[in-house]
Unconditional design. Structure first.
Length: 121
């Protein structure tokens, strides 16, 4: 059997209950508004009941995934990727974005103006 270290069930891992509840509350609110707009209020009780019934399922699934070690990134972590801390004096002033060299200019990608030259008649 394949065994991957750090991926098994660990009862000591904490479950982020506040985060799970907050995420589900935001999702349920948005979906309730969308469903009420789309269905124009017809059979709204059944749709909202389904949203409320899905809450415990979401929380249980999130808790199981947390015990297995799954942890999603927060929106702040997605927006600003964290770089390894470096000292400002050791970092070069203008580091290239990639190590790939720039291609040589060709007839279509002239180094000067991209305006075609006018020929005399």
């Amino acid at each position: 059997m394949l065994s991957i270290p750090g991926v098994g069930w660990d009862a000591s891992r904490p479950v982020p209950w506040r985060r799970l509840i907050r995420e589900y509350a935001i999702y349920a609110t948005i979906m309730a508004v969308v469903l009420l707009i789309v269905t124009r209020g017809e059979d709204a009780v059944a749709l909202l009941g389904g949203l409320i019934a899905a809450g415990p399922i979401y929380l249980a699934l999130g808790a199981v995934l947390a015990k297995f070690g799954y942890q999603r990134k927060t929106l702040a972590e997605l927006r600003t990727p964290r770089a390894a801390p470096t000292s400002s004096s050791a970092a070069p002033a203008a580091a290239p974005a990639s190590s790939r060299p720039r291609p040589a200019p060709t007839k279509r990608t002239a180094a000067g103006s991209n305006r075609p030259t006018r020929r005399r008649r």
